[in-house]
Ligand binder design. Structure first.
Ligand code: ZN
Length: 268
């Protein structure tokens, strides 16, 4: 608002209906030619509408205007607007109206912003919790499933135990396979070195005909690994279980160095 554009200061008072009819006519004719003031009025109008919706309006506008004017001029009623005091008041009334509107809007906007931030934070939190709960449920279900599967193997009437010994690349490694033709294999290993990049441990059920892949094994940082493998039920009786180091993804027949091997106990 510069001194060359005093009309802009009247925009708020105009929007609030606080201009008298002469000032309003003058301002409206200015408005018709001034896009800056039109923008100001339309943005204030939107804000004032938002305020009006957010706060119940019980006071009729003319009565409010009369009260505002009498409070500003210090006179009992707007009809007594005469002399110098009302003129002074009238000159700063638009500024006061602008200030009240700006303060009201600022507070309202600040309040809304706070509400939105709070709701957004709550939503984020709820989403995080829902996601965590969902993940926990999946993990719990998976763990329960694995435990149940392992238990089923351990309880199998045709259970065989195969102890594996570490070979030249990992003499300290040991493993045990608990195998049921009907229910699969629970395999645990300890002391395996971390597989080099691009390589993976592969477990084999070695039959008289050929080694059959049971699956891949990924030891943790401490060298331990536990896995459940579903082996083919029509597999020939195993003569050994072995672990080799193979290219990532595994291979159909062993190609790499053997890390662990063991024969089934004679009871099989
Ligand atoms: Zn203007």
């Amino acid at each position: 608002m510069t001194s060359t554009h005093d009309e802009l200061a009247l925009a708020a008072a105009y929007v609030l209906g606080a201009l008298d009819s002469d000032d309003r006519r003058t301002f409206e004719s200015h408005l018709a030619q001034c896009p800056v003031c039109r923008d100001e009025v339309s943005s204030l109008q939107r804000a004032a509408d938002a305020l009006a919706r957010s706060v119940p309006q019980r006071t009729p506008r003319p009565e409010l205007r009369a009260r505002v004017l009498s409070a500003v001029t210090g006179s009992g009623s707007p009809e007594k607007r005469e002399g110098s005091t009302p003129a002074v008041a009238a000159s700063w009334l638009p500024w006061a109206a602008a200030f009240v509107l700006a303060a009201g809007l600022g507070g309202y906007a600040w309040h809304l912003q706070g509400r939105v931030s709070t709701l957004e934070a709550r939503l984020d939190d709820a989403e995080r919790r829902a996601f965590a709960a969902e993940r926990s449920t999946i993990e719990a279900r998976q763990t329960a499933g694995e435990a149940q599967t392992a238990l089923a193997v351990l309880a199998a009437p045709d259970l065989a135990r195969i102890d594996l010994a570490g070979q030249r690349p990992a003499p300290g490694a040991t493993a045990r396979a608990l195998w049921s033709r009907q229910r699969g294999m629970v395999f645990t290993a300890t002391g395996l070195p971390v597989a080099p990049a691009g390589r993976v441990y592969q477990v084999w059920v070695v039959t008289a005909q050929a080694p059959v892949s049971a699956g891949l094994l990924t030891p943790g940082p401490s060298g331990g690994a536990t896995a459940f493998f579903q082996t083919p039920t029509d597999i020939a009786a195993p003569v050994a279980v072995a672990v080799t180091l193979e290219p990532a993804g595994g291979v159909p027949a062993p190609t790499g160095e053997m890390y662990l091997v063991g024969k089934p106990s004679p009871t099989l």
